[in-house]
Design a protein around this ligand. Structure first.
Ligand SMILES: NC(=O)c1ccc[n+]([C@@H]2O[C@H](COP(=O)([O-])OP(=O)(O)OC[C@H]3O[C@@H](n4cnc5c(N)ncnc54)[C@H](O)[C@@H]3O)[C@@H](O)[C@H]2O)c1
Length: 269
């Protein structure tokens, strides 16, 4: 497949771009920062919030799929979160619809459901059928981006897979990560499955490794062909307990569900 990867200069982009290339795909990178030194392949430097700049990429060449990673991976104001996650998604989906690009894979987040309390979850696992329950404006942006994907899947028969990523890291660093970790290799496996699963329509999966202490249900991902191979438990011996472990385990969004992130949605002069 020929795949446009947005946010290709970021931490996930720099792992999955070579990973997808090794699997035989052709990757074209896009980011608002220039191509990192040492990275090969075609590259576009532009901001995905600009629909004209995004459309020009699709006028320039054709693609089989888009993997959308571009976005601010942290809490921000509500307007900035909507711009970073919803406007970028909409600009790409409009261009895909206009150019008949059939598959969109999105880097959503566990923070789309992060305010869900962990107590009372059946089998301690959160399903993908749970109601959207963001823990921050970041999470609101991810929920709204998923809503745009769902709309475009229904209206235009696009396939759109949302990967609610846990903690993408080389290895787990905290006790929470033992539940939420997504290894580098499993991330490439997840994106490959989301790109190639037949006719998913709009679908959601949880982007974590096969962690013994998982908080999220991996079965919807497995049904889409995502077969994670790593388990954070293998690193448990090198993870020291911390003072915030208990608080971070109360909600699936961990620290993002805490009062420290509470603030007004809009800044006033
Ligand atoms: N890293 C994680 O653990 C994690 C967890 C859940 C979700 N995610 C999501 O995955 C995606 C990638 O995360 P990451 O960890 O690689 O982040 P990152 O900050 O390392 O990379 C994001 C990249 O996107 C680019 N970018 C941001 N806004 C852009 C825009 N408007 N137009 C063009 N480029 C833009 C940045 O320049 C950067 O290179 C994000 O959407 C993030 O919300 C990440």
């Amino acid at each position: 497949m020929k795949i446009l990867v947005t946010g290709a200069a970021g931490s996930i982009g720099r792992v999955i771009s070579p990973g997808l290339t090794e699997l035989g795909h052709t990757v074209v990178g896009l980011d608002r920062v220039p191509q990192p030194d040492g990275e090969g392949g075609r590259w576009y430097t532009l901001d995905c919030t600009d629909p004209d700049a995004v459309a020009a990429v699709f006028d320039d060449q054709s693609f089989d799929a888009v993997v959308h990673l571009a976005g601010h991976p942290d809490e921000a104001s509500l307007p900035d979160s909507l711009s970073s996650h919803v406007i970028t998604t909409a600009a790409l989906l409009d261009a895909m619809r206009d150019h008949d690009v059939p598959r969109f894979v999105y880097a959503s987040s566990n923070h789309a459901v992060g305010r869900t309390p962990r107590s009372g979850l059946p089998d301690d696992l959160l399903s993908v059928d749970t109601r959207p329950r963001p823990d921050t404006f970041y999470g609101v942006g991810k929920v709204a981006a998923e809503a745009v994907m769902s709309l475009y899947a229904d209206r235009y028969a696009l396939d759109a897979v949302s990967c609610r990523i846990g903690s993408f890291l080389e290895r787990p660093e905290t006790v929470r990560h033992l539940s939420t970790w997504l290894s580098h290799d499993d991330c490439t496996r997840m994106v490959e499955a989301a790109l190639t699963t037949p006719a998913p329509g709009f679908a959601v999966l949880y982007g974590i490794s096969a962690n013994t202490r998982a908080w999220w249900d991996l079965e919807p991902g497995r049904a889409l062909g995502y077969d994670p191979q790593d388990d954070a438990e293998e690193h448990a011996g090198s993870v020291a307990p911390g003072p915030h472990d208990e608080a971070e385990a109360a909600h699936v969004g961990g620290p993002f569900a805490g009062a420290v992130f509470e603030r007004p949605a809009l800044d006033r002069a």
